[in-house]
Design a protein around this ligand. Structure first.
Ligand SMILES: Cc1cc2nc3c(=O)[nH]c(=O)nc-3n(C[C@H](O)[C@H](O)[C@H](O)COP(=O)(O)OP(=O)(O)OC[C@H]3O[C@@H](n4cnc5c(N)ncnc54)[C@H](O)[C@@H]3O)c2cc1C
Length: 298
């Protein structure tokens, strides 16, 4: 069969066919990328997008801490931003951050400069790009609370800037469409915070390790909290704590977490999730909505 690479623009970064993503995913299980592109820098990314065929299927991924990739993998080109997108510049209270920077690194950089307001990001294992797309948050705060604007590239290679008011943030959603790749973001930290930033980071991370299976192969909260309700309470009430399918299990520690306990396939994880949705619906009349994004062919 003809190589797909022959039909793709030439690049300076990594462009490789049939790349396994399973071990890179937080679930520790998942299908391959038909092609993986890790751009060398912004020009490489923009050049690729301007020259790739209009009908090419493109998916951007970050740390893969909120995605379940089905066994047959993702068709087309998966783009993961590389080292060039991992820079942080700080001037006064403004942090300019590449989209591949991990939320924990951003939180630590702010702490080092005694800038408050970003402590809650310490325990979120995603990248800044993924966190903006998902409006990630915890402990009553979301990325939207500290973000000012972001830069993104369209799939046709146009660079655009969005103010916070244009990003349409909601609970674990944004209007950053699948046609946009976030490349950079600007955050405002709080100078002269009237509390100890490092103490707050420590408190939040110890709360997280006591409430959640932090060392497990998981993607965090599987389902969104329905309006006015907690997903974990509905799951518990439906008798799903500890439920298993194949190698996947509902965590004993936090029943909105599915964990890959014993070589679970992506289908084990998805089937277990669907069974939980059914049981919760039967028990409470509420249909849970996946927070984890399921990608690829079954
Ligand atoms: C142990 C654990 C704990 C977690 N705790 C929390 C929590 O407290 N709060 C919370 O909100 N989430 C939590 N999560 C989920 C996850 O970390 C967040 O959703 C995170 O923001 C996802 O970022 P990512 O880089 O891993 O994105 P991915 O999982 O790689 O992708 C998620 C989505 O973002 C898109 N995306 C990724 N990068 C970009 C980009 N550069 N531009 C545009 N779109 C992009 C992808 O296409 C996909 O649609 C947790 C996950 C784990 C494993």
């Amino acid at each position: 069969m003809a190589s797909m690479l022959a039909n793709l623009p030439s690049v300076r970064g990594l462009l490789q066919e049939k790349v396994s993503l399973g071990r890179r995913c937080w679930f520790g299980s998942g299908g391959p990328a038909e092609v993986l592109f890790i751009p060398e820098d912004m020009d490489d990314l923009v050049g690729f997008l301007r020259n790739v065929r209009d009908d090419a299927k493109i998916t951007v991924l970050g740390a893969m801490s909120n995605v379940l990739i089905r066994s047959n993998g993702i068709r087309g080109v998966v783009i993961i931003l590389g080292d060039w997108f991992k820079k942080i510049f700080i001037e006064n209270d403004i942090l300019e951050v590449g989209a591949a920077v991990h939320c924990g690194e951003l939180s630590a950089a702010a702490m080092d400069r005694e800038l408050g307001g970003l402590e809650f990001l310490a325990g979120i294992p995603g990248t800044v790009g993924g966190a903006i797309k998902m409006n990630a948050g915890c402990h009553g705060l979301e990325i939207a609370n500290a973000l000012m604007e972001c830069e993104a590239v369209t799939l046709t290679g146009q660079v655009k800037w969005f103010k916070i008011s244009e990003m349409g943030f909601g609970y674990r959603t944004s209007k950053i469409s699948d046609e946009l790749i976030v490349t950079r973001a600007w955050f405002r930290g709080i100078p002269n915070a009237d509390y100890s930033i490092s103490k707050r980071v420590k408190e939040l991370s110890s709360k997280r390790s006591s409430d959640q299976p932090t060392n497990a192969k998981t993607c965090g909260s599987t389902f969104k909290n329905p309006e006015g309700k907690k997903a974990w309470e509905l799951i518990e009430a439906a008798g799903c704590r500890g439920m298993r399918f194949g190698g996947a299990a509902i965590s004993d520690k936090h029943c909105n977490f599915i964990v890959n306990e014993n070589n679970a396939t992506p289908e084990d994880i998805e089937t277990l999730g669907e069974k939980v949705i059914e049981k919760v619906l039967e028990n409470s009349g509420v249909r849970l909505e996946w927070e984890v994004i399921r990608l690829g062919d079954r």
